[in-house]
Design a protein around this ligand. Structure first.
Ligand code: MG
Length: 382
């Protein structure tokens, strides 16, 4: 029996790599539905034809897609991915970028589907809503660090865990002293990982690591004081778990997202030859060093927002989404991305932080944070 897979964000970096895994394993997977923004309708149409997909979700260009795909059901509008996530299937891969992925995450969980989760913002913004609804092993992490931790935890008693240690490549500016003149092209040139533009910028500011600390807190139900992050430039050790007896288990493989994607969509099976293994006949060096939190203030800010909790992580993430877009548009300098987010967080903390009861609470507070960030940016000068 093939595993039926729904892929949300099929034209993004993770979605495309998931389809390549399906290509390489036609006997294992059947893609029954895909969704994307529809900004590139030709790619959506080509994917739907190639994988004989029955249902396509899109935000834009629904008419073009519908016309090109007779016999395929095209669901359009902002709730298309949420609708696809609740379809009966073996696994939903949520590879949407941004906290817009929270609705589909909640829908997949509520429908009882397994959820291969690449959308970390779901847990950053709405972890307190998502986790109480999820059964054990219903959420299968696709983020490479969390996949590593999850693998290291297999067969171990959670009570024996003393610490989770996330690794970070350090991004393109790991060794650069002055980050004030960083250009967009420099920020987009990641040394070890090939990813979409938002996560690549988030890796350059280390915001990505901050978001991942919050993600780990929710996924593994562990306190922030038990989550560390270290720089590991080679991106081969994807994360580690330290146990109370002083032993540490690490997961290692060359940097390639196909490993975590395949493990999540084919759980509990491992898939043949997804990535080339480490070549142990070649000498290599693995380095680990602490994060410079002065040059990269996003990590401490994330920890702070996570520890305060309530709506603050959602505010933090929403503000960052706007600030990153403004950096890409040339409206903010690189260092202004996190200083802007920090100002917004401080402003919201000045009044009482609401708790989150449901998805509409999250959307409302995110909208407030986005408006406030836009306003602040419109006043800022590079
Ligand atoms: Mg990651």
């Amino acid at each position: 029996m093939k595993r039926s897979v729904v892929i949300l964000g099929s034209t993004g970096s993770i979605g495309v790599q998931a389809l390549e895994i399906v290509d390489a394993n036609p006997n294992l997977f059947s893609v029954i539905a895909i969704s994307s923004t529809g900004s590139n309708p030709d790619e959506v149409i080509a994917q739907a034809k190639k994988y004989s997909v029955k249902i396509v979700g899109t935000i834009r260009n629904a008419d073009v897609i519908r016309e090109a795909l007779p016999g395929v059901t095209v669901i359009d509008g902002p709730l298309a991915s949420t609708e696809l996530a609740s379809m009966k299937c073996d696994v939903v891969l949520n590879a949407i970028t941004g906290s817009i992925g929270l609705g589909p995450t909640l829908a997949a969980i509520k429908a009882g589907n397994q959820l291969a989760l690449a959308n970390k913002e779901s847990l950053v913004a709405g972890g307190s809503l998502v986790m109480p609804l999820a059964a054990a092993n219903q959420i299968l992490p696709v983020d490479s660090e969390h996949s590593a931790i999850w693998q290291c935890l297999q067969g171990n008693n959670r009570a024996d865990v003393s610490k989770l240690i996330l690794t970070a490549s350090g991004g393109p500016f790991r060794d650069r002293k002055d980050l004030s003149g960083v250009t967009l092209a420099e920020a987009l040139a990641h040394p070890t990982w090939s990813m979409g533009p938002v996560v690549t910028i988030n890796s350059a500011t280390l915001m990505n690591k901050g978001l991942e600390i919050i993600e780990a807190h929710h996924l593994f139900a562990i306190s922030y004081s038990q989550i560390d992050a270290v720089i590991h430039p080679q991106s081969v050790v994807h994360s580690m778990v330290e146990f109370k007896d002083g032993s540490t288990i690490a997961q290692a493989s060359p940097p390639n997202m196909k490993g975590p994607i395949a493990l999540a969509i084919n759980y509990p099976q491992r898939t043949d030859a997804v990535t080339a293994p480490i070549d142990w006949t070649q000498s290599s060096t693995w380095n680990f060093s602490p994060i410079d939190e002065t040059r990269f203030p996003a990590v401490a800010l994330a920890r702070h927002c996570g520890a305060v909790g309530g709506a603050l992580p959602a505010i933090f993430n929403a503000s960052n989404e706007v600030a990153v877009a403004a950096f890409i548009a040339g409206q903010l300098s690189f260092n202004q991305i996190i200083s802007t987010v920090s100002s917004i967080v401080a402003r919201f903390e000045g009044s009482s932080i609401p708790t989150l009861r449901d998805l509409s609470d999250v959307s409302a507070i995110e909208e407030d944070a986005k408006v406030a960030t836009h306003l602040l940016i419109s006043k800022a000068a590079i």
